[in-house]
Ligand binder design. Structure first.
Ligand code: HEC
Ligand code: HEC
Ligand code: HEC
Ligand code: HEC
Ligand code: HEC
Ligand code: HEC
Length: 271
């Protein structure tokens, strides 16, 4: 009997939360329901481009996160964790900051020179390069490249449809975390043990939080101290805060796997 009441209560909570999630996603604006796997984590940057008569810049996380850690870009290179928050200008890129750190026409990835970002004195032959970033409309070539990239990787539900954590752990992608002459020499902090976060509502499976798995991508500075206190239990938050894009939701629903994937976090069996 108790069991039945309990399950009904849990079901109601789930429905409520899904409704909240629906609203949060709708309010997010950019995150349309019809978002395709290759568009998850794609950001349109347009503080200056349209005003300068160019198409907005399209930045895809999937291309970049398959090669570099989050930490490298968001700590060492100083990219904001908010769309349009960095205020990147063409001049910054030409000085070798932001996108221009790598897209400087000389840096090599694998055996290939990375194409250059903004330059002055544009000739006709430069235009196709400008349009790789200042991109109007959908890019069919990129969609194809995504499909062949994702094809052989472990699958995930929602988002990019890729299990990024497994892809890295299995060595199918190799992440660069350090750029010579650019990254800070860091002192390596000891990685904290995994711990269990308990849901406030009974019947909801607990969450196993892995510091080790997160540190691979995020180092320490992406979360501490801005998103979480360095003290267990020091940060109070709920699932609806997360659906509003705070705490775990800063990354989960934007770039890391979607919060619709309840079981990937609530994975500990109910006691
Ligand atoms: C690697 C990506 C990349 C490429 C390639 C690129 N840009 Fe940009 N560019 C940016 C970013 C990012 C911004 C900032 C976008 C914004 O906020 O509107 C920008 C902004 C601009 C602006 C806006 C005005 C300003 O002062 O910031 C101009 C003009 C510009 N780029 C010119 C060019 C030209 C011309 C080319 C081709 C020769 C080019 N860019 C190629 C990334 C790129
Ligand atoms: C190559 C550099 C690069 C890498 C690698 C990278 N990011 Fe980003 N990220 C950016 C840029 C650029 C933006 C947009 C900033 C702006 O518009 O000023 C951004 C924006 C974001 C945002 C804000 C999204 C939004 O919708 O407002 C989040 C969250 C984020 N990144 C998380 C991550 C996570 C998590 C990873 C690793 C899985 C990651 N990033 C890897 C460059 C990178
Ligand atoms: C840490 C290095 C790094 C940074 C920073 C970086 N990129 Fe890239 N980017 C790469 C590499 C490597 C590739 C893949 C190789 C190539 O296409 O030349 C790539 C590919 C791309 C592509 C795909 C081009 C295509 O052919 O479809 C676009 C678009 C792009 N970057 C835009 C940006 C923009 C915009 C920024 C800044 C907001 C940025 N990148 C910052 C390294 C970087
Ligand atoms: C993805 C986000 C994230 C990353 C990355 C991260 N942490 Fe944490 N850390 C947390 C969360 C969440 C807590 C628990 C906070 C709470 O309960 O209020 C925590 C707690 C801690 C605590 C307190 C633990 C305790 O038992 O009191 C320490 C110390 C800590 N982190 C150190 C680190 C170090 C060192 C790194 C890098 C190796 C790191 N963290 C990377 C999210 C992160
Ligand atoms: C700074 C960004 C960031 C924040 C904040 C963050 N995560 Fe993650 N998380 C990631 C990235 C990146 C991955 C790698 C997988 C992916 O991108 O889908 C990941 C993977 C995971 C995984 C799968 C790895 C595993 O252990 O099997 C779980 C579960 C998870 N996160 C839970 C959480 C929880 C719970 C919180 C909040 C306490 C949180 N995350 C906060 C970025 C973040
Ligand atoms: C990225 C990891 C993550 C995902 C995905 C996730 N949760 Fe949570 N959830 C948490 C964390 C962490 C807490 C604990 C917050 C606390 O109490 O400290 C939590 C707490 C809860 C609670 C307890 C009440 C509350 O508001 O804190 C409920 C109910 C819940 N989640 C339901 C869901 C449902 C339903 C989904 C899927 C739609 C979901 N969660 C997806 C991490 C996650």
């Amino acid at each position: 009997m108790m069991e039945g009441v309990h399950m009904r209560k849990l079901f109601l909570v789930l429905v409520l939360l899904l409704a909240v999630a629906g609203i949060a996603i709708a309010q997010g604006g950019v995150k349309k329901k019809s978002q395709r796997p290759y568009e998850y984590g794609t950001i349109s940057i347009d503080n200056f481009s349209t005003k300068a008569g160019l198409a907005p810049v399209v930045f895809d996380h999937w291309i970049h996160r398959s090669k570099y850690t989050c930490r490298l870009c968001h700590v060492d290179l100083g990219f904001s964790m908010k769309a349009n928050g960095s205020g990147i200008t063409a001049a910054d890129n030409m000085k070798g900051a932001f996108c221009g750190t790598c897209h400087n026409g000389t840096m090599v990835y694998g055996t290939q020179k990375i194409f250059q970002a903004c330059t002055k004195n544009v000739t006709k032959s430069d235009i196709s390069r400008c349009e790789k970033c200042h991109q109007a409309g959908r890019n069919a070539k990129k969609q194809q490249e995504f499909a062949s990239f994702a094809q052989n990787l472990p699958k995930g539900r929602f988002g990019n449809g890729i299990n990024w954590e497994k892809s890295e752990a299995m060595g199918m992608i190799k992440l660069i975390d350090y750029l010579e002459g650019i990254s800070f020499k860091m002192e390596q902090l000891p990685v904290q043990k995994d711990f269990v976060l308990t849901s406030k509502i009974g019947g909801m499976p607990d969450i196993i939080f892995s510091h080790r798995k997160h540190a691979v991508w995020n180092g320490c500075e992406l979360c501490h101290p801005d998103i979480f206190n360095v003290k267990k239990g020091g940060t109070k938050y709920s699932m609806s805060d997360m659906f509003e894009g705070k705490y775990c939701g800063v990354c989960h629903d934007t770039v890391a796997f979607s919060q619709m994937d309840c079981q990937r976090c609530h994975s500990e069996p109910v006691q």
